[in-house]
Design a protein around this ligand. Structure first.
Ligand SMILES: NC(=O)c1ccc[n+]([C@@H]2O[C@H](COP(=O)([O-])OP(=O)(O)OC[C@H]3O[C@@H](n4cnc5c(N)ncnc54)[C@H](OP(=O)(O)O)[C@@H]3O)[C@@H](O)[C@H]2O)c1
Length: 357
């Protein structure tokens, strides 16, 4: 083999090595390189398609009719201290709500509140409470604190998320996308259930808004490897967990309807939004000068989230998927009732020992 050929081989093997490397103590997980490449292609094709559509279509602003005055109502927002979440908090404050921000760094949350005040948002009230979705114990603590402060919750926005991170296990032993994007949010909604029921007893239903992604269209569910431990691909992990959010959202809405609970659930794609979420995507980081023009702003990303949280147009229409503040068909698997029930039962089983009796 020529020197050049040898270099190429070693470059390729270093690339494969890097892409399949995992951070757990076990060293290297038997990751399928083909799966990695395939899932990279799928997620990028989906994102490119959505980005093109969004670039060519008019953005639907959140209209004042969709917002209204919601003084006296309470919203809980995870990951509310930056990115899309920050703009969601700003919009909720503008309609007079009390907003509880769940964030890892409470001082970042408090600084955000000060910043929003300094920037002219004078209505509503807000507070930051510690929440680390990598730990079910932290979710429990957060929920306990929220429940001690308010007996009603009108809106729960499951917004926090991670994308394309290398294989890492949480303190609870779950793959990190699985826990942060899906499991901890599902757990949080269960722990805040009574508050949400109370919040829905007034003029309108309470709402659970699951900030998923267009990546959910590349997702699937494999109950024999729900926790993504086999042949790990970070791209697949993001697509799968964003899909699980949609599947669980539809399941939750249906279960609440069957029980007569006044809570509706929505899932959505906020748009391709310029945030720090893409900081882990090297080639996009290099093209930031382009993406700031091609991607929507975080304020626009917050529009669909707030539309799902507040709009009277969808009051009686839970279990739907939204993009650009419009209902669109979700990944078809998300409407499969058998899959919904299976996911629901398995997730409840996973969490059973964690739920306070
Ligand atoms: N940006 C997009 O184009 C896009 C597209 C589709 C879907 N989404 C979805 O939109 C949501 C918001 O994303 P973004 O673009 O605003 O991303 P971002 O700027 O990276 O913000 C992510 C948020 O999640 C929080 N978070 C991450 N890990 C957490 C943990 N373990 N515990 C608690 N909070 C945690 C972060 O809090 P810290 O400040 O503590 O890190 C931050 O507030 C995500 O669910 C994402 O999947 C975004």
């Amino acid at each position: 083999m020529s020197a050049t050929g040898g270099n190429e081989t070693s470059l390729l093997s270093r690339f494969i090595h890097k892409m399949t490397k995992t951070t757990d103590e076990g060293g290297y997980r038997s990751s399928s390189f083909l799966k990695l490449i395939w899932s990279w292609i799928v997620v990028h094709v989906i994102a490119f398609k959505f980005n093109t559509i969004e670039f060519l279509t008019r953005h639907r602003e959140l209209s004042p009719d969709s917002v209204g005055n919601r003084a006296g109502d309470v919203a809980v927002v995870t990951g509310g201290a930056r990115g899309i979440g920050l703009e969601v908090v700003r919009k909720l404050l503008k309609c007079g709500m009390h907003v509880i921000i769940g964030c890892r760094n409470v001082s970042a949350g408090t600084q955000l509140i000060d910043r929003l005040r300094a920037e002219g948002t004078t209505t509503g009230t807000a507070e930051a409470i510690a929440l680390d979705l990598m730990s079910l114990e932290s979710v429990k603590k957060f929920a306990r604190e929220v429940n001690s402060k308010t007996d009603k919750i009108n809106i729960l926005i499951n917004n926090a998320g991670i994308m394309f991170v290398p294989y890492t296990e949480t303190v609870d032993g779950y793959e990190s996308h699985f826990q942060v994007n899906f499991l901890s949010h599902f757990f949080l909604a269960r722990l805040l259930h009574q508050g949400l029921v109370n919040g829905g007893k007034g003029k309108r239903n309470s709402r659970i808004v699951n900030v998923s992604s267009c990546a959910s269209f590349g997702g699937h569910v494999d109950f024999s490897d729900l926790q993504l431990k086999r042949g790990y691909s970070r791209f697949d992990a993001y697509m799968v967990t964003k899909f699980l959010q949609v599947l669980a959202s539809n399941a939750t809405d249906r279960k609440h309807q069957e029980e007569g609970a006044p809570i509706r659930s929505y899932s959505l794609h906020p748009g391709i939004i310029q945030t720090e979420l893409y900081d882990g995507v090297a080639w996009l980081r290099m093209l930031k000068f382009m993406t700031v023009r091609m991607f929507k702003s975080p304020a626009k990303g917050a529009d669909t989230v707030c539309y799902a949280a507040l709009s009277p147009d969808i009051e009686n229409e839970g279990g739907i998927f939204l993009a650009n503040s419009q209902k669109i068909p979700p990944n078809p698997l998300a409407d499969d009732v058998q899959l919904q029930n299976q996911l629901w039962d398995i997730t409840i089983d996973l969490l059973e020992h964690k739920v306070e009796k």
